[in-house]
Write a protein that binds this ligand. Structure first.
Ligand code: NAD
Length: 346
């Protein structure tokens, strides 16, 4: 199969898992975060934009996994037009090319953030969608566009992933558990940017990868044109609980509130029953405290300094801004010089 976005945070965990299971895996990535590694990262590859995908590039694959995206809310607010261009137009361009090439299955990395401000009653897949950010809106519209392509020969599936946590060779610190663990380790403070009351569903990056692997080989009738929330019931936690969990795990650290911290609009609990009912053999194993312990070990083993924490290395928005300032990406986040490597992080 082909993984678009194979050189990102989830891709760097998923691709080795698929290869270990005997799959042949090709990649397609713009290489935005090449070099942004925690330990040895994925090998560099060609730079390809999913917005330019052609049937010829996709011929011969039985499935496509689409992880390629501008992958979080702050990044989506930087330039909403670019987020729509990559996450909506790009996803649909890739899907149309895949369908034209005879690819039968298209697994789309959607997000629980399309539930947005759904609140504290657990939302299932048939709930109304209330995205509160351009990023969330792109996921809603991409699912709808993909659904229009569904037919007897093409099965899109929408994996609405909870917020990921856990170590990846292509690491990210702009997600809550990874961030709070790093800030606790490097400053002794678990700094909350909101008042800590919002609900946030969490899932380990390896468990997301396991769900993708399961849906690659699942019978078509189980997955055809279906959304699945991806996470565990026990992963629904309030941000202040995450902070306390981290403070407990990192010796000498304590919870603090950022100046002016107020409520966060993104607030939702998610119901994951459809995933467990449909795939009883799929075991999502990781609890948030296990993830915090894993992260601490990874940060200590590979080195995570305050300077790293503040740099562009692990924060998507800073990295994109840096590449734009260097003239390597245009405002729509197209590479200005296709032959040039995108450049290593500062
Ligand atoms: N990590 C999470 O918490 C989370 C939660 C829910 C959903 N998701 C979704 O899962 C997917 C993967 O997330 P991630 O955390 O690995 O993100 P990431 O930012 O680490 O990786 C995304 C990858 O896509 C590539 N990319 C970006 N624009 C591209 C383009 N135009 N053409 C080709 N490649 C391009 C980047 O270079 C990067 O390697 C995304 O769609 C994201 O929205 C992630």
């Amino acid at each position: 199969m082909l993984v678009a976005g194979d050189r990102g945070y989830i891709g760097a965990v998923l691709v080795p898992m698929l290869r270990a299971a005997g799959h042949q895996v090709g990649g397609l990535d713009l290489g935005l975060y090449d070099g942004c590694d925690l330990g040895p990262g994925p090998a560099a590859g060609a730079f390809a934009d999913l917005r330019e995908a052609t049937p010829a590039q996709l011929a011969g694959y039985d499935a496509v996994i689409c992880l390629a995206a501008l992958s979080n809310d702050p990044l989506g607010q930087l330039n909403p037009a670019a987020t729509f261009s990559v996450n909506l137009d790009g996803t649909l361009a890739l899907a149309r090319a895949a369908k034209a090439a005879g690819v039968e299955r298209f697994l789309f990395a959607s997000s629980c953030s399309l539930y947005g401000a759904a609140g504290s009653a657990g939302v299932a897949e048939d709930a109304e969608l209330y995205p509160v950010t351009p990023y969330g809106e792109t996921k809603v519209q991409a699912e709808r566009g993909l659904s229009e392509l569904a037919d007897d020969s093409f099965s899109p599936v929408y994996l609405r992933n909870a917020t990921a946590f856990g170590a990846s060779p292509r690491h990210r610190l702009d997600i809550v558990v990874n961030n709070l663990t790093a800030v606790a380790l490097t400053t002794g403070q678990v700094r909350l940017e909101s008042d800590g009351t919002p609900w946030r569903p969490l899932v380990h990056v390896a468990d997301i990868a396991a769900a993708f692997a399961e849906m690659l080989t699942a019978p078509r009738e189980l997955i055809h044109d279906q959304p699945f929330n991806v996470g565990r019931q026990a992963g629904n936690v309030q941000v202040r609980d995450i902070a306390e969990m981290v403070a407990e795990a990192v010796p000498g650290s304590r919870v603090t509130l950022a100046d002016g911290a107020g409520p966060d609009l993104r607030n939702y609990r998610v119901d994951f029953a459809k995933l467990t009912d449909t795939f009883p053999a799929l075991e999502l194993r990781w609890t948030p405290p296990e993830g915090v312990a894993e992260l601490l070990t990874a940060y200590q083993t590979h080195g995570m300094s305050y300077q790293d924490f503040m740099s562009s290395r692990y924060v998507r928005l800073r990295r994109i801004t840096e590449l734009q300032q260097a003239g390597l990406l245009d405002p729509m986040l197209r590479r200005t010089s296709p032959a040039e490597p995108v450049g290593r992080p500062a």
